[in-house]
Every structure is written in structure tokens, then in C-alpha cells.
Design a binder for this molecule. Structure first.
Ligand code: HEC
Length: 139
């Protein structure tokens, strides 16, 4: 073989090797599991079937406010909220508790639960917060 022929041959060989390598890695690559994807999408939608009380459990509200909302050392009892909140204000409060801290009741909470803060739930679906508000206002 002449020198140029050797070059061409070795390039051809290289291409074939690369082509085969690509094939091999493709079949080895993990396939996307679409059934799992469907499942997680279902899970997100399934909040639609949950009650306000169940949502409060899922969102961890009960850890601080008690299994029966009777209050714990980490958060106040959630009773008689009707007298303090409209539905809209309560939803806004859950989304951004800080903006309501100036109320007198909250000054007392600050002294009673000095190291706790009510988390902001602005990342939650407003529809879910609405259900929670309805539930809290109906008790
Ligand atoms: C980390 C503990 C903690 C978690 C979790 C928590 N809270 Fe609170 N919550 C507090 C504290 C503490 C206060 C008192 C206000 C303050 O200090 O920020 C409060 C206050 C409130 C109030 C106002 C009570 C009033 O007298 O008007 C409502 C309503 C409330 N929480 C609802 C919820 C809901 C609904 C959830 C779940 C989506 C939740 N909280 C999760 C600690 C918590």
C-alpha cells in the first residue's frame, strides 16, 4: 500500500470503530421510564382529590400545629380562625406570613414561640391553599 492509501484505510477504520462504539453506547444507555413519568404526573394531579385536612397533613402543618390543630410548643392552636380571617386574607397569610406580623396577636405569638416561624407556602398551588383555608374557617 502507498502512504496515502494507508492514511485512507486508517481513517476508514477509525470511522467504523467510532460508529460501532456509538451504537454500543446507545443500546447501553438507560431507557427513559415513561411509566414512572406518568406516575409522578398523576401524583401531582392527585391533590385534587385531597381534602383540606389531608393537605395540611401532607404539607406538614400538623407537625407544628398539632394532630388536631390543638397547638404544640412549636405553633399555636388553629381555632376560631373565622373571627380573624377572611378566606382571601388567610390564603395570603399562608403565602406570606411575614406581611401580617404587625397584628397584635402575632406579637404575642412571637413571644410565645420565639424560635419558630410560620413557613411561607407561596410555592404551593393556590387551589390547595384555598381548600386549607376553607377547612380552617369551617372549624
Ligand atoms: C415550623 C412550624 C410550622 C409549620 C410547619 C406551620 N406553621 Fe402555621 N404557624 C407557626 C407559628 C410559630 C405560628 C405563629 C405565628 C408566627 O410566629 O409566625 C403560626 C401561625 C399560623 C396561623 C395563624 C394563626 C392565627 O392565630 O391566625 C395559621 C392560620 C397557620 N399557622 C396555618 C398553618 C398551615 C395551614 C400550615 C401548613 C400549610 C402551617 N401553619 C404550618 C408554625 C408553623
Amino acid at each position: 500500500m502507498t502512504k496515502p492509501q494507508i492514511w485512507v484505510a486508517s481513517f476508514l477504520f477509525l470511522f467504523i470503530v467510532l460508529f460501532l462504539l456509538q451504537k454500543a453506547t446507545k443500546t447501553n444507555a438507560p431507557e427513559k421510564d415513561f411509566s414512572q413519568m406518568g406516575k409522578s404526573m398523576m401524583q401531582q394531579e392527585s391533590n385534587e382529590n385531597l381534602s383540606g385536612a389531608q393537605l395540611m397533613n401532607n404539607f406538614g402543618c400538623l407537625n407544628c400545629h398539632g394532630a388536631n390543630l390543638e397547638g404544640t410548643p412549636m405553633g399555636p392552636a388553629l381555632v376560631n380562625l373565622k373571627q380573624f380571617w377572611s378566606r382571601d386574607n388567610l390564603i395570603n397569610y399562608l403565602r406570606n406570613p411575614n406581611s401580617f406580623m404587625s397584628q397584635k396577636r402575632f406579637q404575642e405569638y412571637k413571644e410565645k414561640y420565639p424560635n419558630m416561624i410560620m413557613p411561607a407556602y407561596s410555592n404551593k398551588d393556590v387551589k390547595d391553599l384555598g381548600k386549607i383555608a376553607d377547612y380552617l374557617l369551617s372549624r
